[in-house]
Write a protein that binds this ligand. Sequence first.
Ligand SMILES: [Zn+2]
Length: 248
Amino acid sequence: MTQTPSVPPNSDLRLRMKVAAATQILVDQGIMSYSGHVSARLPGRDAFLIQPIDQPRSGLRPEHLLICDYDGKVLEGPDGGAPPAEVCLHGEILRARSDVNSVAHFHHDLTNSFTLVEGVPLRVVKNHAVRWKSGIPVHTDPAHVANSALGRAVAGTLGAHHALQIRAHGQVITAESVDAALCDSIHFVENAQAMHNACVIGRVLPLSDADMESFELYFKRGPHVNKLWRFYIEGARAKGFVPGDWDI
Ligand SMILES: [Zn+2]
């Protein structure tokens, strides 16, 4: 039987559980697969939690996670654990954006398709996609975000927005918490799916500024994030891949 490493004492166990659970839920939802990652800034430190490069996303546990600095260097973690090739994507966004505490990066083909065609950019078509009313920039360099310079370039394209597409590559979602990053990742893909479906029928009519303002009038982000988090955590417990004793 393979021996799993133990979580270091005084570590942010609850945050680790959240990263592991969110990652597994994204896999279960078909949003993440054998690649992609969720990161979480460690409170009070210039460092963040992220999974090792070769750890199956479907079996991620709190004790597997590495602690990396913004340069992508491993500070703590199980022996021999190497960070993902795109760790600098997370590090440079967390360095640049003090309002962001969690980043999700995945490679979702249908969502990607809007970066592969001319003249049909991904727009806000569903109400919960008002999160991205400021825009969804497209980073035109499809390269693996494999070093700090490339990470800074992605952070530059992101600017003050809350998500971006990397052309012919994947998606980046930024949020104030792991719970919110999971919620936003699900809504981002739902919005892309809805627009894709609409494109099949005819010309797409994105939400107008007035539509978005109207929706936001009665929308409360905190309770909504909590509702989705609870829904997906309970589903994960029922399916058995998130243990019932994880206090999340
Ligand atoms: Zn990637």
